[in-house]
Design a protein around this ligand. Sequence first.
Ligand code: TGC
Ligand code: FAD
Length: 397
Amino acid sequence: APKYQWTDPLGSQNLFTEEELAVSETAESYCQEQLMPRVLEAYRNEDFDRNILQEMGELGLLGATIQGYDCAGVSSVASGLITRAVERVDSGYRSAMSVQSSLVMGPIYEHGTQELKDKFLPTLAKGKWVGAFGLTEPNHGSDPGSMETVAKPHPTKKGYYSLSGSKTWISNSPIADVFIIWAKLQETGKIRGFVVERSQCPVGTLETPAIKNKNGLRASITGMIQLDNCPVPQENMFPEVEGLRGPFSCLNSARYGISWGVMGALEDCIDRARTYSLERTQFKGNPLAKYQLIQKKLADASTDAAFGILASIQVGRLKDEGKAAPEMISMIKRQNCDRALANSRTLQEIFGGNAASDEYHIGRHVANLFVTQTYEGQSDIHALILGRAITGVQAFA
Ligand code: TGC
Ligand code: FAD
């Protein structure tokens, strides 16, 4: 009979093309060889090294599904394999990458004019510029449709809009060169997207203070975006798209990526818990792995990871055929984040007191996975999106 492989329980490797396997191998080697040795210090010191985005850019890992503009133009499944490799090391590194790829390059590619694409995409693809995505506000998180940030014709600069308002909990914002800002156009009350360049903002019109002392996602830098009559050229507004469809079209890709990423984090937890349980002995010299309660924890986590990966492959294939409904993405984002968080927390128990030391890495994944369950639509919000699709009745408000 074919041999069971605990590292790939349901044989997902058989579903990847040669190109996807090659992309995965490049990403996994880079992440294990270059990111893993840095992660503990970065997490301890809340220090994000922006060279990481340049390194990723050189390997073609940024905006990887985009065709042209110095991007790799690979499949959605290949891009999922990249996020899984990065998050196997740390969700914070994946977050920095997802924002750059799906939430900054994504909307410029999808909604930007030719001039915006030519100007921004190649430099973002190389990681020379860092991007941030400003949707969430201090008073409006799950309900971005109620945002207060406003864009109106600039009072003194002809051909410019003036943006005012504040965004919070924004990944990469303190170090970003380019911002995608979602604001309501005063004339219409409709949400529009703007590409804002830090270097073009006069002093005092754009501030990006860091949010320090986070208790998760510490290897990613997070901050606010404070806009005070910030002048933005009219041609930097996405010309066609208006309403929440603008931000959500790119959130679909980012949420899809997270469904893969958290499976990488969970797989790392499984691998570490398995090794620990084989090495650690208690009661008459038996390894922990000999005990049934320990085996059940590993079996549960491994099953959820294997199912989660298959679901992400399926949605990735449909996405490339233009057949992935947003609700499918809500389902895999919610399920994979919830299962990764619950299982990593249970596997943490296998390490006993050592789980409290960051050198065992499991506590870092658990703290990170709380954040992944919260951002890009908290799990209960995705349950409501699914509930609406199932019943036809919306329960948000
Ligand atoms: P609703 O009536 O549902 O929709 C309004 C308009 O938007 C369209 N739309 C979508 N379009 C494409 N894809 C989707 N997934 C879409 N969801 C909605 C919809 O068709 C409609 O279009 P139109 O043309 O008819 O106007 O709007 P609502 O206000 O009732 O929305 C409620 C809800 C809950 C669905 C939504 O607001 C939501 O998903 N909330 C969660 C907020 C969220 O995800 N925030 C993410 C912030 S960014 C982030 O967290 C980045 S972290 C990244 C990292 O570091 O990795
Ligand atoms: P709230 O909306 O206040 O929700 C609080 C709780 O109430 C949640 O459990 C929610 O599910 C629940 N709830 C809310 N409404 C309902 C309802 N109608 N029915 C039932 N339950 C409800 N945002 C960006 O725009 N860009 C970024 O780059 C970004 N990066 C982030 C990085 C980090 C580290 C974090 C923590 C957040 C980031 N976010 C970003 C923000 C993130 O998307 C929001 O935190 C998230 O959408 C939830 O919004 P909130 O925090 O305001 O919570």
